[in-house]
Design a protein around this ligand. Structure first.
Ligand SMILES: NC(=O)c1ccc[n+]([C@@H]2O[C@H](COP(=O)([O-])OP(=O)(O)OC[C@H]3O[C@@H](n4cnc5c(N)ncnc54)[C@H](OP(=O)(O)O)[C@@H]3O)[C@@H](O)[C@H]2O)c1
Length: 512
């Protein structure tokens, strides 16, 4: 038996300050605390006004998220959220944009800080990412220094802060550029100059996100002797494995987004290296890792920041090859009522191949469907959507076709360090995850939480799936017949003597 405090005991009575709680990871973290650590103290959520919504309204939106359905089966909204309080702020602003009164509220009371807020847009300018990811973290560290009763600071980083290395350990690697120099450069240059100089500034970093998140780790490290702190580095976060519901997600990034688009029949091709290891990690494991790491650092008070890789590549590697044959079965097991074309997803080995194929398989049908939508008075979106996908592919290509290995020895040791009960309730072990089963749940999760189609619509969706199959086959017959006819007209051959066109069409179509 471990003699130290368990995770639940550690957080009981503690006042917790969370940034990024409106995001994918943050809301899942909040849900887990509310559902499984009922004795938690006050929970302060840093929220910013957004899209015309003030923070009170944003907190109400958080409460209405489907993720809370499980905990709300047992308790009322008032009970569940009784100790949750929104605090107006913005990590991208001086002093975190806090009023003096709210800053005092936090510095007087907070015991645990979990800093998850960040901008994840790979296309964001250096100015924005420096403000939010680097300076935002510096401001959180400053706040932590002022907190009279701080037990631990938990920082959410990313495994890809070291994406310029193909193998990374759970250590903080040195920076190649001084963050203060970068901050002053960003302050001095005008937007055009900054954009022009950005590739040189990034050097071997693929984008502004990874460089600023790398620098943010160093901001945490500077405080390691002042109070216990820990860094958790997730890889690509995907839908829940087990909690609160298998497949839960609100993120459209990565596999869940592909599955959503594929189920609609809109995404039919995907560029992936089938044999490469893709480092995906379910969001509930990341949440457990944050809570377990915070407890570990808070209890053991290490002199150096404890870094944990929350990754799968070296513990339970995933390759698309493992699910390739099954994906289409899942799509037809859980079809969508809102599908616009018969779903069929095919994996292609290069971006160039994908682009050629997408022209015929994505753009052409999108153009037809958008025309139908326009004629029936609707708002066409498909051509625009595919254009956006094509644009973002350039930014993502490195991430699609590079295999990284993130060692996770310290995370495995963390699992061993947990009490027997916590090894189940706050497990960070993913070795028993079966990717095929996981993807079945994720397909259903994407259907329920992204496409917002409840289970009761499955029967109607299956009927529609059959109709779409018939239409898809009819479309292929019509298309091939048209090509056959046009070929015969163009060459002056008879239809029967030009019959060979059909198998050629079929072979070419299958290559796409
Ligand atoms: N998702 C992944 O695959 C992944 C992988 C590795 C690491 N991470 C890390 O995990 C953390 C959470 O990511 P996520 O997936 O939850 O992203 P997300 O869904 O985009 O959420 C980002 C959160 O940060 C908040 N935020 C952004 N800028 C802010 C600002 N200036 N002031 C205050 N709050 C701000 C957002 O608030 P608003 O709602 O107001 O925008 C939102 O709550 C990040 O630190 C990220 O680097 C994510």
């Amino acid at each position: 038996m471990s003699s130290h405090q368990g995770v639940r005991d550690f957080y009981s009575g503690k006042n917790i300050f969370i940034t990024g709680a409106s995001g994918f990871l943050g809301i899942c973290l909040l849900e887990k605390i509310l559902r499984t650590i009922p004795e938690h103290g006050n929970i302060y959520l840093l929220l910013r006004p957004k899209r015309g919504k003030e923070i009170a309204e944003r907190l109400e939106d958080i409460k209405k998220n489907q993720i809370f359905e499980v905990v709300l089966k047992e308790k009322s909204v008032e009970e569940v959220f009784s100790k949750v309080q929104a605090v107006a702020g913005d990590v991208g602003q001086e002093n975190l944009g806090l009023s003096p009164a709210e800053r005092k509220l936090l510095t007087d009371n907070v015991n645990v800080i979990i800093h998850s807020a960040a901008t994840l847009d790979f296309g964001d300018t250096l100015k924005t990412t420096v403000d939010i990811n680097l300076l935002g973290t510096r401001r959180i560290v400053q706040l932590a220094k002022e907190c009279a009763r701080l037990d631990v600071l938990v920082h959410v980083s990313s495994a890809y802060v070291n994406s310029y290395r193909l193998e990374a350990e759970e250590v903080i690697y040195p920076l190649k550029r001084d963050p203060d120099e970068l901050v002053s450069l960003v302050g001095k240059l005008n937007p055009e100059e900054l954009e022009e100089q950005t590739p040189g500034i990034l050097a071997d970093h693929p984008n502004t996100y990874t460089i600023t998140k790398h620098m943010a780790e160093h901001e945490i490290q500077k405080a390691e002797e002042l109070f216990p702190c820990t860094i958790v580095r997730p890889s690509m976060i995907i839908g829940a494995w087990k909690e609160p519901v298998p497949g839960w997600t609100i993120s459209k990034n990565g596999p869940q987004g592909f599955l959503m688009g594929a189920a609609k029949g809109v995404i039919r091709r995907l560029p992936v290296g089938k044999e490469l290891v893709y480092d995906y990690i379910p969001v509930d494991i990341v949440v457990n890792n944050l809570l377990a790491a915070g407890c570990f650092a808070g209890v053991t008070k290490p002199k150096k920041v404890a870094v944990f890789h929350c990754t799968s590549s070296t513990r339970n590697p995933f390759r698309w090859l493992q699910v390739e044959d099954k994906i289409n079965d899942y799509l037809h097991l859980y079809p969508l009522k809102s599908a616009v074309w018969y779903p069929h997803l095919k994996l292609l080995p290069t971006v160039a191949w994908y682009k050629i194929s997408a022209l015929f398989v994505h753009m052409f049908p999108a153009f037809i469907l958008d025309t139908v939508t326009r004629l029936s008075g609707g708002r066409p979106i498909l051509v625009k959507l595919h254009r956006n996908v094509n644009t973002s592919l350039g930014r993502l290509e490195k991430f699609i076709f590079t295999e990284w290995k993130f060692t996770a020895k310290k995370t495995m040791d963390l699992q061993d360090w947990l009490t027997k009960e916590d090894q189940v309730d706050f497990s960070v072990d993913i070795t028993t995850l079966v990717w095929l089963d996981y993807f079945t749940d994720l397909t259903l999760g994407a259907r329920t939480y992204l496409s917002k189609e409840p289970l009761k619509t499955i029967a109607a969706a299956k009927k529609k799936d059959k109709i779409l199959l018939a239409l898809h086959l009819a479309w292929q017959v019509a298309l091939f017949s048209l090509i056959w006819y046009l070929f015969a007209c163009a060459t002056g051959m008879t239809m029967s003597s030009s019959l060979f066109v059909l198998p050629i069409c079929f072979i070419l179509y299958n290559l796409l």
